[in-house]
Design a protein around this ligand. Structure first.
Ligand code: GLY
Ligand code: MN
Ligand code: MN
Length: 446
């Protein structure tokens, strides 16, 4: 991450946009924390991964760092980070140190993180607003101290900020529309994940454990440089696929069952998110194929309406109509199409939405609705714009029940790709792994 040679100009450009916005709000100071490595057990830690907003504005990946933005007569972006430490660096690896980090990451200034509590209160004097992410506990606790220090100096004729505001909204709005460097990274993450799914399709055999397929995915992620998984990998054989957040476990994959894999790598902090469902023995049965083709048709219908100017919900509506009609055709439901949609009867077999924003977080930030058109009216779904990235992931999950045709019992299927909204429509950037049943069967025969 943030390899030497990586282009850091986009990060500086994002800081400039935030500072411009802060000035448009009357100026002030914004503070963001990178976070610390979370404890795992005793003296072991989970690998550190910076806070997404912090990374978005810095490209800096060391723990314990902070970013301060001051919007005023002269804008300033200031990084706080750990000092060089020969002893620690022997055990934990190289640190930039403030001097090198400030220059490398194009900051106006940089300081040791130990100076944060001394310097920030002075910068708050005579500033109207302190911006934080209000859900970030670490900066909330520190901010109270900074503000009380600033308040203790008002006898000198200076003022402390009178407003504490949330910085999350402006960052979420910016992050929702990806810039070219983000799109390039997400395309690469998508490609790696697609190849990992194809690898799992080739590797699967009846009698394997779910965790063995997880290992195939991890191998492919890591050997192409992805640092982590974007979320917990799902490998669900047979009925396990009807548990929506089932983690890859130790169940044996059986001849005649499907296996659902929902897995995506994280590359340079950017997520990918793919689901494929395929037959453990390489050939879909008739009932499996019927429901599988339904999810593919639903996804096609959703992708066809994913374009600039469309509403975020259009894809869900389109997928839902295809799925609900299929449920009627296959006698999973009775009634009319409009009837089962209006009553919500379909939700017994399709209980999640058809997509979500994707970016630095797998369920990325960004409002799903726009502003109300008139006072008192419900807020309409967001209008799509070129550069937005979202998933399209219809599914169907049939648990065994007396009132359901037995041929469909315990079949769980989801088909998920990542879509970049382009100028004219959308591009599914995860299609380096096949999606049609015929192509999947052909790949599995290789
Ligand atoms: N893997 C998380 C999701 O599909 O939303
Ligand atoms: Mn998803
Ligand atoms: Mn997924």
């Amino acid at each position: 991450m943030s390899l030497p040679g990586a282009d850091l100009a986009p990060f500086a450009d994002r800081r400039r946009r935030v500072l411009d916005w802060m000035r448009s709000q009357g100026g002030g100071v914004a503070v963001l924390a990178a976070g610390v490595a979370p404890a795992r057990n005793r003296d072991s830690e989970y690998p550190f991964r910076p806070d997404s907003d912090f990374y978005y504005l810095t490209g800096f990946t060391e723990p314990e760092a902070w970013l301060v933005l001051i919007a005023g007569a002269q804008d300033r972006a200031i990084l706080f980070c750990r000092e060089r430490h020969p002893e620690h660096e022997i055990w934990e690896g190289r640190r930039f140190g403030p001097e090198a980090a400030g220059a490398h990451f194009l900051m106006d200034d940089a300081h040791p993180v130990s100076a944060l509590d001394e310097l920030v209160p002075a910068w708050l004097l005579d500033q109207p607003t302190l911006w934080l992410r209000l859900t970030d506990e670490s900066s909330g606790v520190r901010a109270r101290g900074w503000l009380s220090q600033a308040h203790s100096r008002v006898r000198n004729g200076v003022q402390a900020p009178g407003r504490l505001e949330d910085l999350s909204g402006v960052l979420a709005a910016m992050r929702l529309v990806k810039d070219p460097s983000e799109i390039a990274t997400m395309r690469q993450a998508a490609r790696i994940s697609a190849h990992a799914h194809a690898r799992a399709m080739r590797a699967v055999r009846p009698g394997m454990h779910e965790y063995e397929l997880e290992a195939e995915l991890m191998y492919e992620f890591r050997r192409h440089g992805a640092q982590a998984v974007a979320y917990g990998t799902i490998v669900a054989g047979g009925a396990n696929a009807c548990v929506l957040h089932y983690p890859a476990g130790d169940a044996v994959l059986r001849d005649g069952d499907l296996v659902l894999i929902d897995a995506g790598c994280e590359l340079d902090c950017y997520a990918s998110d793919i689901t494929r469902t395929f037959p453990v023995n390489g050939t879909f049965s008739g009932p499996q194929r019927a429901l599988y083709d339904l999810t593919v048709a639903a996804q096609e219908a959703a992708a066809a309406v994913t374009r600039p100017g469309a509403s975020f919900n259009d894809a869900h509506d389109a997928a839902l109509r295809v799925l609900a009609q299929g449920m009627l055709d296959e006698r999973l439901l009775q009634g009319s199409l409009d009837g089962v949609i209006e009553s919500g009867a379909y939700s017994r077999f399709y209980m999640h939405r058809t997509g979500h924003w994707l970016g630095l977080d797998v369920h990325d930030v960004g409002d799903y609705r726009g502003p109300a058109r008139a006072a008192g009216e419900a807020r309409p779904w967001r209008t799509l714009e070129a550069g937005m990235m979202l998933t399209i992931e219809p599914g169907i999950y049939v648990r065994a029940a007396d009132d359901v045709p037995a041929r469909f019992w315990d079949i769980g299927i989801r088909t998920e790709d990542d879509a970049l909204v382009t100028d004219t429509g959308c591009e599914l950037i995860t299609r380096a792994v096949p999606v049609s049943a015929r192509e999947i069967e052909a790949l599995m025969r290789e």
